[in-house]
Ligand binder design. Structure first.
Ligand code: FAD
Length: 288
């Protein structure tokens, strides 16, 4: 247990997955059982999302506490700067420290629909890199991680600007990068190659989302700005109406993507499992 940075570079791919605090109360009660199940499955770490603007912040802390101290999982807690002052964030980080979290994923976060321009623009940390510098300079003992974007961040004017901003993020203290989800490996491999050419040696985990329903793909593409290759589009058109088949072929696609990435030297596979531990179990079994 400790810094997730130390898991990388040991000659094997680092396997991790994301958990989010459920909005509904009954699902929230269920999350402990899911974390226990994940502990049996044995990812190297789980990352726990944090609502931008503070939504679900308390739940994210409770889940991190259970995951770390009851289930015995290694935890990366996400923390977002949108909607928070420096003092709020310091307080949030202290809470993570109190429960023994040693790794944080520093994010700007997306603007919630209800947030005014004034509130969005008045955050103390403009970019994730500003928060990464703050956490690093304050010697709070955290390993800081950052996000990166194989298709570039939707607000970035071009690939080169986004790449430079990712380099700045690493130079500001992010020791590990986790990518946004993508369905075409070339985009991820090109990003890692470009980072290496810029001298970035930080490990980069590839974000993979198994698509198990046609509806999920629609939401995912809208939110992430990723592209859908022919092969995945044809899985949806052939099996989209049959939930069992869709699940099977969606998982197969994620396994195929992960295997190719591992063959091509990816440092880690980070699964977006939509709080479904069995997806992690099936995919890890197939790629280990
Ligand atoms: P930034 O790194 O600040 O980037 C935002 C934009 O600013 C980009 O266009 C970038 O190119 C530009 N930029 C960055 N640094 C600079 C700089 N120094 N100078 C000028 N421009 C700059 N959202 C949540 O609300 N909660 C979560 O828990 C969460 N978890 C996520 C986990 C992962 C792995 C990923 C990939 C995304 C996650 N998100 C989460 C979504 C994320 O918050 C959004 O993508 C958000 O729009 C950008 O966050 P960021 O930290 O990448 O921002």
């Amino acid at each position: 247990m400790g810094s997730v940075k130390d898991l990388y570079g040991k000659g094997r791919v680092v396997l991790s997955c994301e958990i989010y605090p459920p909005k509904k109360e009954d699902e929230f009660l269920n999350i402990h059982a899911k974390l226990d199940r994940l502990a049996e499955i044995g990812p190297d770490f789980v990352s726990i999302t944090y609502g931008a603007g503070g939504s679900n912040a308390g739940k994210a802390i409770d889940i991190a506490d259970y995951a770390k101290n009851k289930a015995g999982l290694e935890v990366v807690s996400h923390i977002t700067s949108v909607g928070f002052s420096r003092a709020d964030l310091t307080e949030g980080l202290r809470k993570f420290q109190e429960i023994g979290v040693e790794n944080v994923l520093a994010l700007r976060g997306d603007r919630p629909q209800t947030m005014s321009d004034e509130q969005f623009n008045s955050r103390d940390f403009q970019h994730a890199s500003d928060m990464a510098s703050f956490i690093t300079e304050n010697n709070m003992g955290f390993t800081v991680l950052g996000a990166c974007y194989p298709h570039r961040h939707p607000e970035a004017l071009n690939d080169e600007i986004d790449l430079e901003n990712t380099v700045t993020k690493v130079n500001s203290g992010c020791q590990v990068l986790i990518s946004q989800l993508f369905f075409e490996n070339d985009y991820f491999l090109r990003l890692v190659d470009n980072l290496r050419k810029k001298g970035v040696t930080a490990p980069v985990s590839a974000g993979i989302m198994p698509i198990t329903s046609a509806k999920q793909l629609g939401t995912t593409v809208t939110l992430s700005g990723t592209t859908v290759p022919e092969e995945l589009a044809s899985i949806i058109s052939k099996h989209g109406d049959n939930p069992e088949e869709m699940r099977k072929y969606g998982i197969e696609y994620a396994i195929k993507q992960s295997r190719e990435l591992i063959e091509k030297g990816a440092d880690g596979i980070h699964l977006y499992i939509m709080n479904k531990p069995e997806l992690a179990a099936t995919i890890y079994d197939a790629i280990k």
